[in-house]
Design a protein around this ligand. Structure first.
Ligand SMILES: Cc1cc2nc3c(=O)[nH]c(=O)nc-3n(C[C@H](O)[C@H](O)[C@H](O)COP(=O)(O)OP(=O)(O)OC[C@H]3O[C@@H](n4cnc5c(N)ncnc54)[C@H](O)[C@@H]3O)c2cc1C
Length: 594
């Protein structure tokens, strides 16, 4: 800043009339330039609370704020609601003594959750620590509001499968009590297929599509409560005036509009793992080829909430959690030959986003049926090797809270297919590049695959077929295959693997008893590159879910929850639902700005 400057950037944030949009685009400009750009904002909508994102955190925030007496607009970037939550399996690890836990005689309490989710000693078999870096204030708020969130969801139409809470489908949910409650799928058509599941499964199935019942129930509750839902409204910036957040700028169908939030703005934008530059701040390896984000193409995680908040001064938080090797943060694909290969999510042609997903993928049941190779055509790990794991009920047994014995007794197992896949090929680039599953016609029969569109994406280079291994290698060309795969490399790899089948021993990577040769044409190469999933670091919030700045001060009028908020390492829905519930309560009680 020059000595002539009258207004510092901090003054601008606190005092002058300036928009987040101006700040977002003007951070490199001089403060004088920013001051000149200041102008009154023309508001296109006025409301008490603006909620950004119609997902797991956004809906509770919107409904609670509305029912606490605030008028509420919920803006959603996509032309449909639900975010990742509607695609989820609906396994919801709330606890602390919910009515369902009590019904089945499970003892749990807020203090037990708090103790579990802050236990430094819980250690995965690969040495990763699930809870060590959690923010105590945020976990306390979650623990204290967990039961209330569960009962609130139930009162707002969410139906739970009537069975004892268990450990299925979770990760990072605490060791001391079973806490996975399963939302029933219900009767609405699924986002994944456009069709409802069989009537017999609608209230009984678990580990499937429970997010459908969860989110459609909340959508109905929001409509009943009088929340105004605006689809295809993408938040582009936050307006901060006289130190306080007063609204947002949105883009809708080519127009930019401003929405005045008299009391507060809540960001429930779902995280940042879809933004390559943002995610590489945490892990430089995560380059463009990790393009199969779980939950896309239904909704992105483009860090737009984080970036807009940072442009008005917000801090990030709990960054160690983002690179913790636990749970489903990055996953081994289970659908092969398509861009979006997340384990439980298969896009079918009836889905309204199938034109963007383009292929369903071949769901692999047994990794004995394929080998995985890097861009050079070389194997790099035992294909049956698993990915990271997350802590749940009794995954450490015996368990003594906070005891070093928990860490000491963990049986070391690196489970590193993912890290080996992302290691790269020694060419100086970050990122492991394309990973291919290689198999033959016999594997296709064993797995009962139909290796043609719409099951595989040939047009965009996610699937190849040839009559010889050498021809297959030559055909592999697509934007993330940085180097040509030499035919002799892939031929040598397959020949060596076939020799391991003869001897029954994988001398290179210890795959347990390799069973099947890759010998019968046609041969196939199917996209099998790791898939990005959870965001575990985001904006700094406090116990009320108010966003905090780089000086540790609350940014008045700005709230955040779910995957865009930091400080809480846990997979998925529970923290998002609970933080939405907490934030909605406090946001509605803010005094109205002018
Ligand atoms: C296939 C799958 C299965 C899963 N299964 C489970 C499970 O069983 N249990 C579990 O606990 N978790 C599960 N999860 C994770 C869980 O769904 C997410 O952690 C949770 O939905 C996060 O909630 P959120 O509110 O932060 O984001 P989301 O629910 O993703 O909602 C974010 C919303 O914000 C919108 N948005 C983003 N940016 C903007 C913007 N600038 N303007 C307007 N709108 C915007 C997005 O389009 C989206 O609709 C699963 C996820 C996936 C993808």
């Amino acid at each position: 800043m020059t000595s002539k400057s009258k207004i510092s950037r901090r003054d601008l944030l606190r005092g002058a009339t300036v928009t987040g949009a101006a700040l977002a685009t003007g951070l490199a400009a001089s403060d004088e330039a920013l001051a000149k750009s200041a102008r009154p904002i023309k508001w296109d909508h006025e409301v008490d609370v603006v909620v950004v994102g119609a997902g797991a955190s956004g809906f509770p925030a919107a409904i609670v704020a509305r029912e606490t007496g605030a008028s509420v607009i919920l803006v959603e970037a996509e032309n449909h609601i639900g975010g990742h939550a509607i695609l989820s399996a609906g396994n919801v690890p709330l606890g602390g003594g919910t009515s369902l836990q009590k019904k089945y005689g499970i003892e749990d309490s807020a203090d037990l959750i708090f103790q579990d989710l802050t236990d430094w000693s819980v250690t995965e078999a690969n040495g990763a620590t699930d809870y060590r870096y959690n923010d105590r204030e945020i976990i306390r708020a979650f623990a204290d509001n967990s039961v209330a969130t569960f009962e609130w969801l139930t009162a707002h139409g969410v139906v739970w499968v009537d069975k004892m809470p268990d450990t299925l489908g979770g990760g990072g949910v605490g060791n001391s009590a079973p806490r996975e409650h399963h939302a029933a799928i219900r009767h609405w058509p699924l986002a994944q297929s456009g069709k409802p599941v069989d009537a017999a499964l609608q209230t009984t199935a678990i580990e499937a599509y429970g997010g459908n019942g969860l989110m459609r129930s909340l959508e109905a509750a929001a409509q009943k409560a009088g929340v105004q839902i605006l689809l295809e409204y993408k938040m582009k910036a936050i307006h901060r005036l006289n130190g306080r957040v007063v609204g947002i700028a949105v883009e809708t169908k080519g127009r930019t509009l401003n929405i005045h939030a008299r009391k507060a703005v809540f960001l429930g934008t779902g995280g940042s793992t879809g933004n390559v530059n943002f995610r590489r701040m945490f892990d430089p390896r995560l380059t463009e080829e990790y393009c199969g984000l779980a939950g896309m193409p239904w909704s992105d995680q483009d860090a737009s909430g984080e970036l807009a908040a940072m442009a008005v001064g917000a801090s990030l938080w709990g960054l160690a959690n983002e690179v913790g090797e636990f749970g489903w943060t990055i996953t081994k694909p289970e659908q092969l030959g398509c861009q979006y290969g997340y384990r439980t999510l298969q896009w079918l042609p009836g889905s309204e986003v199938f034109d963007r997903a383009r292929a369903a993928g071949l769901r692999i049941v047994n990794w004995q049926d394929a080998i995985t190779v890097n861009m050079l055509g070389q194997r790099f790990y035992d294909e049956t090797g698993s990915q990271f794991r997350g802590n749940g009920y009794k995954s450490i047994d015996p368990y003594t809270p906070g005891s070093y014995l928990n860490a000491k007794n963990a049986k070391y197992n690196p489970a590193n297919w993912l890290n080996a896949a992302m290691a790269g090929i020694g060419d100086g680039h970050n990122g492991g590049g394309a990973i291919w599953a290689i198999f033959d016609a016999e594997a296709v029969k064993r797995e009962r695959w139909i290796p043609t569109p719409p099951n595989v994406d040939i047009a965009n280079g996610f699937f190849f077929q040839a009559d010889s291994i050498g021809e297959l290698a030559k055909k592999i060309e697509m934007k993330y295959q940085r180097v040509p795969m030499l035919p002799e490399n892939l031929e040598a790899t397959v020949a060596r693997y076939n020799s391991f089948v003869d001897t029954g021993t994988d001398e290179d990577f210890g795959k347990p008893k390799p069973l099947y040769k890759i010998a019968t044409p046609p041969f196939y190469a199917a996209w099998a590159t790791p898939v990005m999933h959870d965001t575990r670091a985001g904006l700094r919030i406090n116990a009320r879910c108010q966003v905090v700045d780089m000086e540790g001060q609350v940014i008045p009028g700005l709230y955040c929850g779910g995957e865009s908020a930091g400080g809480f390492s846990q997979h998925g829905l529970a923290r998002a639902l609970c933080q939405g519930y907490i934030a909605g309560t406090w946001a509605a009680q803010e005094s109205a700005a002018g």
